[in-house]
Design a binder for this molecule. Structure first.
Ligand SMILES: [Ca+2]
Ligand SMILES: [Ca+2]
Ligand SMILES: [Zn+2]
Ligand SMILES: [Zn+2]
Length: 470
């Protein structure tokens, strides 16, 4: 395979470039998402057309003339310091669109975030680092409806770390130059890592990498932005000393952040952002959090259902909401007819939707079966309010009004049920809309009229009562 690789590299590149550079270019294009890596089974590399397209895309992203031909200015641009995050995350890039921002596809559910600075580079004073990270945060919060508070805990939403080389996340740094920093998108926790081998500077120092600018760029990723192909924006991937001195968002960055979190007083104006899918409904689940049902499917996506619509969330350090929702329930679970009564997912990964006297069974979005509740769940009434598996004993319970039912392995209601809801102390009586287990299977969340109640399955009590769902 190694021989094949070398031969192919020679074939696809103009002979004026030396081998080392050609190999480096291929590596760069793969590393930053422009070119697919070799097929692990066959060793086959991308075609010449793919390679040419990759060069065009990179040149376009870097603000060069997009010729598709490797040349010295392209190589020079590849050797500049840059962010370590891939240039092709999330959105439909380079499709003859206007140069502008891109969204990765995830955002924070809460608009009030916390951050923590885990350690400091020896090149700058501790106070200086704190101050400049604070300013980088303000560059975003000035324009978007989000807030940050500093905490002294590694459980903060966004943790800033200075690290050298390998640092336990699978993305080792590379010494001085090259990659300056990287950050994780909201769905991966939002943390920011700076390469401690860089000569970090602030203010007017001339030689080095501007910490404030780099922090602001990485925070863009932490908040859900991908790289912009507008080379004057903060979110452009390649470091430019001239831009790094501006210390304010470009209008492209402002539009990006406002499209995710809304504006704070000053609205830069709306342009349709590129993102996964399109939302079809008009509900905002955060503003009106009365829900019909909630479940985490076998692929670990969490869905909230309300009326004909659903929202997708992922449970990380916090509950974070995917961009592009709500969508119609029947656009993903085609057989389900409109608003549901309740839903749950079994230990085996089967998701059951309930509505009236009917149920529908799926694995993720793959339809398995449907039928009458009375036939399969013998003893269970129609129109149930909520159904969930309780981590306290691994059993499944359904709730209707003031009564609850235990469902056995054979789907039948256990003898002795229904029982009265009063045993679930601290919950609103006969007003449960939906329920689900979260939190490493030690907590069950009950939703009622826009509030949720967190039931500690070990202590058998409500530990967090009647807080707003948001
Ligand atoms: Ca580096
Ligand atoms: Ca319900
Ligand atoms: Zn970046
Ligand atoms: Zn890292």
């Amino acid at each position: 395979m190694a021989l094949y690789l070398i031969v192919l590299v020679y074939c696809v590149l103009p002979s004026t470039l030396c081998y080392d550079n050609a190999f480096e270019a291929m590596d760069y294009l793969m590393r930053y998402g422009y070119l697919a890596p070799p097929d692990p089974h066959t060793g086959n590399l991308a075609s010449y057309a793919d390679y040419e397209k990759a060069i065009v895309d990179f040149q376009s992203m870097a603000g060069l003339e997009a010729t598709g031909v490797m040349n010295n200015s392209t190589l020079e641009m590849m050797n500049r310091p840059r962010c370590g995050v891939s240039d092709k995350m999330g959105t439909n890039r380079f499709s003859h669109r206007k140069r502008r921002y891109a969204l990765q596809g995830s955002k924070w559910f809460s608009q009030n975030l916390t951050y923590h600075i885990a350690n400091y580079t020896h090149r700058l004073q501790k106070d200086t680092i704190e101050e400049h990270i604070h300013i980088a945060i303000q560059m975003w919060t000035e324009f978007a409806n989000i807030t940050f508070s500093k905490v002294n805990s590694t459980t903060a939403d966004i943790v800033f770390v200075f690290a050298n080389r390998t640092h336990n996340d699978g993305y080792p740094f590379d010494g001085e130059g090259g990659v300056l920093a990287h950050a994780f998108f909201p769905e991966r926790g939002g943390d920011v890592h700076f390469d401690d081998s860089e000569k970090w500077i602030v203010g007017t120092a001339s030689q080095g990498i501007d910490l404030l600018f780099t922090a602001a760029h990485e925070l863009g990723h932490s908040l859900g932005l991908s790289h912009s192909d507008n080379i004057n924006s903060i979110m452009a991937p390649i470091y430019r000393a001239s831009i790094s001195r501006q210390h304010q968002l470009h209008p492209d960055d402002m539009r990006a952040i406002q499209s995710l979190y809304g504006s704070r007083g000053f609205d830069i104006g709306t342009t349709t952002p590129y993102e996964h899918g399109t939302s079809e409904g008009h509900y905002d689940i955060c503003m009106d959090p009365v829900i019909d049902g909630v479940t985490t499917t076998q692929d670990l996506s969490t869905y909230f259902y309300k009326g004909d619509f659903y929202w997708r969330f992922v449970i990380g350090k916090r509950l974070w909401q995917m961009v592009g929702y709500p969508k119609r329930i029947d656009s993903s679970w085609n057989e389900v007819e409109g608003a549901i009564d309740s839903v749950y997912t079994t230990h085996n990964g089967s998701t059951f939707f309930f509505k009236g006297d009917r149920y529908w069974e799926y694995v993720n979005r793959r339809f398995i079966a449907n039928g009458s509740i009375a036939d399969k769940f013998v003893g269970l009434p129609s129109n149930i309010d909520a159904i969930f598996t309780w981590s306290g004993n691994g059993k499944t319970y359904a709730i209707k009004g003031s009564r609850y039912y235990m469902i056995q392995e054979n789907w039948h209601v256990a003898a002795g049920y229904p029982k009265d809801m009063s045993i679930w102390q601290g919950l609103p009586y006969a007003r449960i809309d939906a329920a689900i287990g979260f939190g490493g299977n030690t907590r069950t969340y009950f939703f009622s009229g826009g509030d949720y109640y967190r039931f500690n399955d070990r202590l058998l009590q409500v530990t967090f009562g009647s807080a707003k769902f948001t």
